[in-house]
Structure formats: C-alpha cells, structure tokens
Write a protein that binds this ligand. Structure first.
Ligand code: IPM
Ligand code: MG
Length: 355
C-alpha cells in the first residue's frame, strides 16, 4: 500500500487539497491502494509548531511514497525572519528530499482557448513541458545575505552556482522526458552574460551525444520569455535553471488561460515526488470557496503517473477534468466575461461525478 502525505498548507491550500482528496477517495473506493496521512507545512505549521517545516513533517515526508501539497504563504508571515517564513517549508522539503527535477506541463484544454489572454490560434493545441532545476542555482547558492559595507551602505547578495553533476542530472531528466514526447529539447540559459550558464550549455551539448534521437536547441532566457508569448507552440520540452524556470513557468501557465489549471511534479532520482499546483496560496481569495481545484486534482494524476506508475487512473482523472470543462463548469478564474461560475467544492464534486 502506497502512502501519500497530504500537506494542505496555507491560504486556498486547504480548500483545493480537500477536493483532490475527494478524488483520491473515489479512486480508493474503486480499488486504488493508497493510504493518506495529513501533515503541517508553511504558515499553518509555523502557527501550530513554531516552524514552517517541523521535524515531524520531515519524518512523515521521508516515510511517504509521494506528497500532495496545496500552497504556502500569506501576508501575515512576511515580517517573520526568513528561516521561519512559509516558503522555507516548501524550499526545505525540496532540498531535504532532493527533489531536483520539477516538471511543469503547460497544456491548453481546448475548452479554455477563449480564457487565454492570447489569440486562440496562438495557443490552441499548446502542450509544453518545462523542466525546472529545483534544488540548486541562486535559490540555494552560498554565500547569501545582506551585509553592511564600511561606508554604512547595505548590500544584498546571492550566488548563482551550478556544478556539472547538477546540470547533468537535470539534463538527463529533461532528455528522457523529451524522448517520450516530441523529441525536441530547448535548453534555456544566459550564456552570453553568465559563466555558470555557459557551463550549463556545454554540459547540455555534451549530454546530447547520449540522446541522438532528441533535437537539442539553446535559447537565451530573455528571448525564451518573448518566444513563449509570441509563438509558444514552437516548444516541446524546455529545460532551465531554478530561477529562470520559476519565471518562465508562470508565463507558460498563463498561456493556458489560468494559472489555476496547472499541476507540477517535483521528483528525486528514484521517482519519489512531491506534487503541487504551480499557483500560490492566493490569500486574497482564501476561505471564499472560489479557488480553482483543478491544478491540484491534476497534480494527483501526475502523482499516479510519475510516482506510482499507474497511467490508467491518471488518465481517468484527466478525462474527468475534460468532461467537467465540456459541461461548461468554470471557477471564476477560467470563466469568460459574464459567464456563470461555480465554487471550489462544486467543481471538485463535478470531477468526482465525472470519474
Ligand atoms: C513556485 C513558487 C515558489 C518558488 C515559492 C513559493 C518559494 O513560486 O513553486 O514556483 O519560487 O519556487
Ligand atoms: Mg513560482
């Protein structure tokens, strides 16, 4: 029996995760052999235990086969010391569990072509996979901090650092995914300015020899940002650094109409993973029952596929999501102007019914 740790987190996290749990319960009733356990992370963990990533949660996370996380963060925590902020719960889990490979698919559901801010012909049929390095780069590089100079002026600094081995493992992850898709991989860097990404490019070129069936290309990150909104369908798989991936995946998400639709997987070398919607905790709408639970529900599908090797129930979830969109159900974030919308629980119930 596989063990799933459920970490609802903060803001809309508990609401959207509750809907994903309904989906899991439905699949369990149909014979999916998983057990669920709840844990605390982020601001809610800080409130209860004084730390965004309590030791208990880490123990639970290590023992679990997969983790489903809602979202973390909220304005009430922004004045805390950095190590106590909710985001450190998330970053700590990524680092402690060595979840270096972050898969962020951006798929446009045809039913939502009108919800994109881009013209339907630019985005229809969109299917991109962004592979973001998740445990290195400027997010974790040392030294970091804010120091006071001799003249009394303050100076902030972070370090962008990648070792060859870190680049190689995320590169292999991306090449392997490209092999299973359209066999085109675009590596995004800033090799014209940053030495570390010049090394990134060299390692990718070297790796390409092991994957002759994959066509490798390179793009500077500023151009990649532009190409994503100009002609996104030119991309199949993109691989990039932690920070560039953070930024590009938000842009890619919006191509699909709403950031509320996109799931993600963060995997270690053995396929153990943490699954979460790519959107944040949306404190502005928390507790109102209007958040879109589909990204979290689709994260369960990714979990079944990537950590449990169960493509059939994964597809069942994805088909069910397509059905509720066909039925015209829309949470406010994906509703067209003037279109009636449904709440979080109603959307979750509709997916369960469609299952
Ligand atoms: C994401 C988020 C996180 C990140 C934050 C919440 C720390 O933006 O998962 O993309 O920057 O990685
Ligand atoms: Mg982000």
């Amino acid at each position: 029996m596989k063990k799933i740790l459920i970490l609802p987190g903060d803001g809309i996290g508990p609401e959207i995760v509750a809907e994903a749990v309904k989906v899991l319960d439905r699949l369990r009733a149909d014979g999916l052999s998983v057990e669920l356990e709840q844990g605390l992370v982020g601001g809610s963990a800080y409130d209860a235990k004084g730390h965004p990533l309590p030791e208990d949660t880490l123990v639970q996370a290590r023992a679990a086969d997969a983790i489903l996380l809602g979202a973390v963060g909220g304005p009430q925590y922004e004045s805390l010391d950095r190590p106590l902020r909710p985001e450190q719960g998330l970053l700590g889990l990524r680092a402690e569990l060595k979840l270096f490979s972050n898969l962020r698919p951006a798929i446009l559901y045809p039913q939502l072509a009108e919800a994109s801010t881009l013209k339907p012909e630019v985005v229809s049929g969109l299917d991109i996979m962004i592979v973001r390095e998740l445990t290195g780069g400027i997010y974790f590089g040392q030294p970091r901090g804010v120091r006071t100079l001799d003249n009394g002026e303050k100076e902030g600094f972070n370090t962008l650092v990648y070792r060859e081995s870190e680049i190689e493992r995320i590169g292999r992850s991306a090449f392997e995914i490209a092999q299973k898709r359209g066999k085109r991989l675009c590596s995004v860097d800033k090799a014209n300015v940053l030495e570390v990404t010049e090394l990134w490019r060299q390692v990718m070129l070297e790796l390409a020899k092991d994957y002759p069936d994959v066509e490798l290309s390179h793009m500077y990150v500023d151009n990649a940002a532009m190409q994503l909104v100009r002609a996104p369908k030119q991309f199949d798989v993109m691989v990039t650094t932690n920070l560039f991936g953070d930024i590009l995946s938000d842009a890619a998400a919006m191509l699909t109409g709403s950031i509320g639709m996109l799931p993600s997987a963060s995997l270690d070398a053995d396929g153990k993973g943490m699954y979460e919607p790519i959107h944040g905790s949306a404190p502005d709408i928390a507790g109102q029952g209007v958040a879109n639970p589909l990204a979290t529900i689709l994260s369960v599908a990714m979990m079944l596929r990537y950590s449990f090797g169960q493509p059939e129930p994964a597809e069942r979830i994805e088909v069910a999501v397509g059905k509720v969109l066909d039925q015209g159900l829309r949470t406010p974030d994906i509703a067209a102007e003037g279109q009636a919308s449904v709440g979080t629980a109603e959307m979750g119930d509709a997916v369960v019914a469609a299952l």
